[in-house]
Design a binder for this molecule. Structure first.
Ligand SMILES: [Zn+2]
Length: 315
């Protein structure tokens, strides 16, 4: 009985390598939206690699951790189409590595922060280097979660993802994680893209792994529509950041104020480009001006460019 049940489950998984039945499309979209948020209370631009990863792994008890940690990084990078080269044994490893993974003693870091990944980039577009630290006792459960961060996926959404705060799955990536990585590194995606430019690409990957694609497309469009409306309220000072950002307890009044300014800019870009919403130059100007008045230099630059283009067009 148990055996046939297990076989049936396995067969179902093979036939339909997609979202588990319990995950609705809406839940999947929430995960895709939340992953674009920083814990401080602002949505983020997309950052990613544009070169091979040269990884150096070092630290304590390496024999126990190296294989699993490297596998996690290789799995995430493979989904993204990024090559991973292990340079740990080279004499000049510290100089040539652009990703360093250090296993630190259990007395290092803190209970709340058992593992830590820092992305270094000059502008919020392309990753230059990454440093990851994991405590000896936590390295195994951290490896997949931190590998997602290494690839540039920084958020901590809820749902069936290794990025969730409460994840139990540490031996492989989840279908949602793979969909995120494919969207992140899709030819449609450009480094530095704003959240409303990235969200439809994430949504399309989710449609791709949904059992009922027609229904998923309808739900995708509804989701984009209500998210733009929700974010207009947020940018306007009425709405709120996603619940999961609230729940992590790291959002600050300054972070949220900055988040509202950024969101005004992102809405301006969305209306200007017709991303996640229909093109509307009037709405684009309103949101860009609002962002510029709140101090957004990106909005000022974009308004100047739009003004210049208009002038050129009038000549
Ligand atoms: Zn994390």
């Amino acid at each position: 009985m148990f055996k046939s049940g297990a076989v049936a489950l396995f067969a179902a998984a093979v036939l339909s390598p997609c979202l588990a039945q319990a995950d609705t499309f809406e839940q999947g979209m929430n995960t895709m939206w939340e992953v674009l948020w920083h814990q401080s209370g602002t949505a983020t631009r997309l950052v990613r690699w544009d070169q091979d990863i040269k990884v150096r792994m070092f630290g304590v008890n390496l024999g126990a951790h190296k294989q699993h940690s490297m596998q996690a990084l290789r799995d995430a990078a493979a989904e993204a189409g990024v090559k991973v080269i292990d340079v740990s044994d080279r004499p000049d490893a510290a100089q040539v590595a652009n990703v360093s993974i250090e296993v630190v003693p259990n007395s290092s870091l803190s209970e709340n922060q058992p593992c830590e990944t820092r992305l270094n980039f000059k502008s919020e577009t392309t990753i230059d280097s990454v440093t990851m630290q994991m405590r000896d006792s936590d390295a195994y459960r951290c490896a997949y979660h931190e590998s997602m961060h290494v690839m540039g996926v920084r958020g901590h959404p809820e749902g069936s993802t290794v990025l969730s705060y409460f994840t139990k799955h540490v031996d492989s990536l989840e279908p949602l994680d793979k969909a995120m990585l494919r969207a992140w590194y899709s030819p449609r995606t450009k480094p530095g893209m704003t959240p409303f430019e990235v969200l439809p690409i994430l949504a399309d990957e989710l449609v791709g792994i949904s059992p009922d694609k027609q229904l998923a497309k309808l739900e995708r469009d509804q989701y984009l529509q209500h998210t733009v409306a929700d974010m207009q309220a947020f940018a306007d000072g009425r709405g709120d950041v996603p619940m999961i950002v609230k729940a992590c307890g790291k959002a600050t009044p300054d972070g949220i104020r900055y988040g509202r300014m950024e969101m005004s800019y992102f809405l301006g870009v969305a209306y200007q480009q017709g991303s996640s919403v229909a093109k509307d130059p009037g709405a684009a100007s309103i949101w860009l001006e609002r962002a510029a008045n709140m101090g957004s230099s990106s909005a000022k630059t974009r308004l100047l460019a739009a003004g210049g283009a208009q002038l050129a067009g009038n000549r």
